[in-house]
Design a protein around this ligand. Structure first.
Ligand SMILES: *Cc1c(COP(=O)(O)O)cnc(C)c1O
Length: 239
């Protein structure tokens, strides 16, 4: 993997390499590469780099802080990009999200769903949402408890501005591939259980730069890649 330099040519190389690695993981899992999308995660990188990525044809970008999303959406308004929120959201940020985002993958509680629905009604907009489920035992990880998922999915049916498309998770941070893979398997099983209860959940967003082949093996339809595309972040993003 290359690292940032004055020109952005490393970006095209990283993007091609990331896509090739995702395709390879699909083949290894006996899956069609067309069934796995990549969400580029641009958090902590500036608008110029996102502009360079857009020039490569990338249209959707994952961000985990609303303040940062607001700055980039403003600086890049001419490009008509789609912003995907992947970070823990405070309810008081619902207004900006309802205005600027095209999708939220970190919907993890009823209170947030209510706030988003209210603001979306005001804006006359709708959002695609994925429910983030906590499949890892780590305290620091966000997400809804798996046991609470059926009830939240049932409630979300009442709110048409939130178009539920599937589930998202962040796996445990572990050197043990079996422990990581168990998180992804859990999300896939939760999808199956809730599809059997009558919910349409076509999407599974799981897998990051360090663990995406395991997620693809367990059925990810979308992997979220930051480091693999943009390079190492020079300061840590909030979890
Ligand atoms: C930062 C982040 C990613 C991307 O992480 P990398 O390891 O850089 O690929 C994916 N998902 C979430 C929720 C993130 O916060």
């Amino acid at each position: 993997m290359s690292t940032p330099s004055d020109d952005h040519s490393y970006l095209a190389a990283n993007w091609a390499a990331a896509r090739a690695r995702v395709d390879e993981a699909c083949r290894a899992a006996g899956r069609d590469p067309a069934g796995v999308a990549i969400l580029p995660v641009s958090k902590t990188f500036g608008p110029e780099l996102v502009r360079a990525a857009a020039a490569l044809g990338l249209r959707r970008f994952g961000e985990n802080k609303v303040q940062e999303l607001r700055e980039k959406a403003g600086a890049l308004a001419d490009l008509g990009l789609e912003w995907v929120v992947i970070g823990h959201l405070q309810t008081n940020k619902a207004k900006d999200v309802a205005r600027l985002a095209s999708e939220v993958q970190s919907l993890d509680r009823l209170e947030l769903a209510e706030a988003l629905q209210r603001r979306l009604e005001v804006e006359g907009r709708a959002l695609d949402v994925l429910v983030q489920v906590k499949t890892s035992p780590e305290e620091s990880k966000h997400g809804l408890a798996p046991e609470a998922l059926p009830a939240l999915l049932d409630r979300l049916r009442e709110w048409p501005a939130l178009r539920v498309r599937g589930l998202m998770t962040v796996a445990v941070n572990s050197e043990d591939p079996a422990a990581v893979r168990a998180c992804f398997r859990r999300l896939r099983e939760l999808r199956e259980e809730n599809v059997a209860r009558g919910h349409a959940l076509p999407r599974l967003s799981m897998g990051m730069s360090g663990d995406f082949p395991l997620a693809i093996a367990e059925g990810a339809t979308e992997v979220r890649l930051g480091t693999a595309i943009f390079g190492r972040r020079s300061y840590p993003a909030a979890p």
